[in-house]
Design a protein around this ligand. Structure first.
Ligand SMILES: [Zn+2]
Ligand SMILES: [Zn+2]
Ligand SMILES: [Zn+2]
Length: 129
């Protein structure tokens, strides 16, 4: 058994082994880790290095390198898709996630109207550009 596992089995923080914690880290260690992480991110950000892998140069448009941005985009897409499917199967509006969707549709009335408006505005912009 590792120290971490031993601490956890005693209901203690897996890192310091001092504080009782229901999670793997106690609040003290969580704060410390957060501070360390933010410092690391700030240093790398200032140098123009990706703040996810801390290896590759960040792209000009984001704080991540190309491969990390892509990975993030993919996981976001997967995440959004999972939420979409869940809401859809529950008959809840996939846009606001609050209202019931209209029968046979994936969005509620309010969101349908909003989307329609947005599409019209977009079209208007294209036509008047
Ligand atoms: Zn701790
Ligand atoms: Zn990266
Ligand atoms: Zn809605």
């Amino acid at each position: 058994m590792s120290t971490y596992q031993y601490f956890r089995s005693q209901g203690l923080c897996g890192t310091c082994g001092k504080e009782h914690s229901s999670e793997s880290l106690c609040n003290v260690c969580k704060r410390k880790r957060f501070a360390r992480m933010s410092r690391k991110i700030n240093i790398h950000k200032a140098k123009g290095i990706c703040t996810k892998c801390f290896k590759h140069p960040a792209s000009s448009t984001s704080q991540f390198c190309t491969s990390c941005s892509k990975a993030k985009y993919e996981s976001n897409k997967k995440y959004r898709k999972a939420i979409y499917e869940r809401l859809k199967s529950q008959g809840i509006c996939v846009l606001c996630g609050i209202e019931d969707a209209r029968p046979g549709r994936v969005m509620c009335q309010e969101c349908t109207d909003k989307e329609k408006q947005r599409a019209q505005q977009k079209l208007f912009k294209i036509l008047t550009a």
